[in-house]
Design a protein around this ligand. Structure first.
Ligand SMILES: [Zn+2]
Length: 115
């Protein structure tokens, strides 16, 4: 598995072989992670990574995610995977701003919706 991350970092891209390997290793979570990256839903703010789900945004910080799957089930959720893959392949959508600035606005709290 560590080998896979290595190769993603070396390639700085996701070719079909790597995609297949990610899906084989992580199943549906791998698929969702790849789809989010393809759709530009993995954003790199100055302070955090943010993954846009269907109804909410999730803040990912290293090995932590604000989604319910992670918080209540302690699983490696697809957001963490998406960020890890996007970081390795340099495919995150860079945002020139601080996510916390948005967070502090009313109604801007992340992870308050359903996944
Ligand atoms: Zn998550």
């Amino acid at each position: 598995m560590s080998n896979l991350w290595h190769r993603i970092e070396e390639k700085k891209a996701l070719d079909s072989a790597l995609r297949e390997e990610i899906e084989a290793a992580f199943g549906i979570r791998g698929k969702k992670a790849l789809a989010a990256i393809d759709d530009g839903k993995v954003k790199k703010y100055l302070d955090f990574f943010v993954v846009e789900g269907r109804t909410a945004e999730y803040v990912v910080d290293e090995d932590f995610c604000t989604c319910r799957d992670f918080m209540y089930r302690g699983r490696t959720c697809w957001h963490l995977l998406a960020v890890r893959i996007a970081m390795g392949a340099d495919l995150a959508d860079q945002v020139d701003g601080w996510y916390q600035d948005r967070w502090n606005r009313p109604g801007g709290e992340p992870g308050s919706g359903k996944a």
